[in-house]
Design a protein around this ligand. Structure first.
Ligand code: GLN
Length: 494
């Protein structure tokens, strides 16, 4: 069956871009790919456009000694060990506590730091010790040892994606206490004079670096780097240097000249929050770069979705009309059932960790495959509906002009169907654009994740979230407007 010409262009565009994408990525020879969750000062945190901290310093030393390049990726903490196990990364260095469960999955380096879980509360809270938190609202970081401790020994906690958010919840009065690691807790408390850390730690732990099993050379290199850095006192020196550093920006946020009326103060608050969230350290760049990633992912997913959707719809409609293509039709039905029956985040994670588990492909590509396949299922049903809605007489007319079935389909039916379903298709693309906001799950820095990174640095929610929302909204409005124009143009051409 001949392809409609515009599908050919789509195909060419997609293939070209796929070629560009392949070859990107890391974890090949000459590189060490490290994953971390970079809202964990002083072990890892964003500073401008790089991830700094004790863990990157250790791994940079390993890379230097072995003549390799260190590539660092930021992802949620509950994914860092999975990434190592599935072969997505070589090491996870993320202030990881050694536990027997984790030992079953990865190899651990020798420990490089002693650590503990502590309770962080609003200053002057009635909670004074571990006995007092029972029955209170307790925030933890999902998947961290604080989570395990509270769940096993106290009660079900409220689980936040990272420690910074758990602490922000304490500051905002959303929870009564947070249980997180001692060093980051001190950094957060230093940056916020309304918080305090209770003196008695809950646990005693040690941090080590997680290495994929079956990589004894890398493990040995890391161990010797850590041993040397410990012996020479360099590790302590690095730690002291970071400990002296305070979370300046959050302390500065919200400061303004005393006096003035409330309107003036509100304005000053807003202005300084804007400064901290977007201007300081060029933070707006997280939004700008994230926006470009979101556009790239959305654009190519839409192309892939249309391509998939058209092919599936034509197969299904042909089956409906002629009874042929039974096997292909069954395959398409399976695809529709599975894709429409499962959430897109789960599909994204499966494609990343399972399907592309051991292959090295760029994350943008993974996201495009996930969102494109997902969207294709919806597009297929929209277009099939369009095809089925075209009057039967049109087929007969085509036939009587001497056109075959496929020619009739491509030149007569599809163009009309396309026009009829344009609003529904437009809607599907709007949904797709916003769905890409879950890309952060695979550590892709899209627009939403860009806002999250700012939030994790400034501990403010309003500004970054509002900015992210406004950007999505503007794109959707622009797109709807263009779509309206296209619809009117098609109508005039009738
Ligand atoms: N030390 C804790 C753990 O290993 C938390 C680490 C982290 O949040 N980066 O679970």
């Amino acid at each position: 069956m001949p392809f409609p010409p515009f599908l050919k262009y789509l195909g060419v565009l997609l293939t070209g871009w796929l070629l560009l994408c392949s070859g990107a990525g890391a974890a090949e020879n000459g590189k060490i790919l490290m994953v971390t969750e970079a809202t964990f000062p002083p072990y890892e945190f964003w500073e401008g456009n790089t991830i700094m901290g004790i863990d990157p310093e250790i791994m940079r030393e390993v890379a230097r000694r072995t003549g390799r390049e260190l590539v660092i990726e930021d992802m949620s903490f509950d994914s860092v060990i999975t990434a190592v196990v599935s072969g997505k990364a070589d090491v996870a260095a993320s202030g990881i506590t050694v536990t027997p469960e984790r030992r079953g999955k990865v190899d651990f380096s020798i420990p490089y730091m002693e650590a503990a879980q502590v309770i962080i509360v609003p200053k002057g809270s009635p909670i004074r010790s571990r006995e007092d938190i029972r029955g209170k609202r307790i925030g933890v970081q999902h998947g961290a040892t604080g989570d395990t401790y509270v769940t096993r020994n106290i009660q079900q906690p409220e689980r936040f994606p990272n420690g910074a958010l758990a602490v922000a919840a304490v500051a905002a009065g959303k929870v009564d206490a947070a249980v997180i690691d001692q060093d980051p807790a001190s950094m957060y408390a230093a940056g916020n004079d309304r918080l305090e850390i209770l003196p008695d730690p809950l646990t005693s732990e040690s941090y080590a670096i997680a290495v994929r099993k079956g990589n004894p050379e890398l493990l040995r290199d890391i161990n010797s780097a850590i041993a040397d850095m410990k012996a020479s006192g360099r590790l302590e020196e690095i730690r002291a240097r970071y400990a002296a550093m305070q979370v300046k920006s959050s302390a500065e946020a919200g400061k303004h000249a005393a006096g003035g009326n409330w309107l003036e103060n509100a304005w000053l608050d807003l202005k300084s929050s804007f400064d901290v969230n977007f201007m300081q350290e060029g933070r707006w760049k997280y939004l700008a770069n994230g926006f470009l990633v979101t556009l790239e992912v959305s654009f190519f997913s839409v192309l892939l979705g249309i391509l998939m959707g058209f092919v599936v719809a034509v197969i299904r409609a042909t089956h409906d009309k002629t009874g042929g293509l039974r096997f292909l039709n069954a395959l398409c039905k399976l695809y529709l059932t599975v894709i429409r029956g499962t959430p897109v985040v789960v599909q994204l994670l499966i494609i990343y960790f399972v399907i592309f588990g051991t292959v090295d492909v760029s994350k943008v590509l993974v996201a495009v495959v996930a969102f494109g396949f997902n969207s294709g299922a919806y597009v297929a049903e929209i277009i099939r509906g369009g095809i089925m809605s075209i009057d039967k007489g049109q087929f007969e007319a085509g036939r009587s002009l001497g056109l075959g079935y496929s020619q009739t389909m491509v030149f007569i039916i599809l163009p009309q169907a396309f026009k009829n379903v344009l609003p529904a298709l437009g809607n599907e693309f709007i949904v797709l654009l916003k769905e890409t906001s879950v890309s952060g799950y695979i550590a892709l820095q899209d627009l939403t994740k860009g806002g999250d990174i700012i939030r994790s640095q400034t501990y403010t929610a309003f500004m970054p979230l509002t900015a992210v929302a406004l950007i999505y909204l503007s794109v959707v409005m622009l797109f709807s407007w263009l779509l309206g124009k296209l619809e009117r143009r098609l109508k005039n051409n009738e």
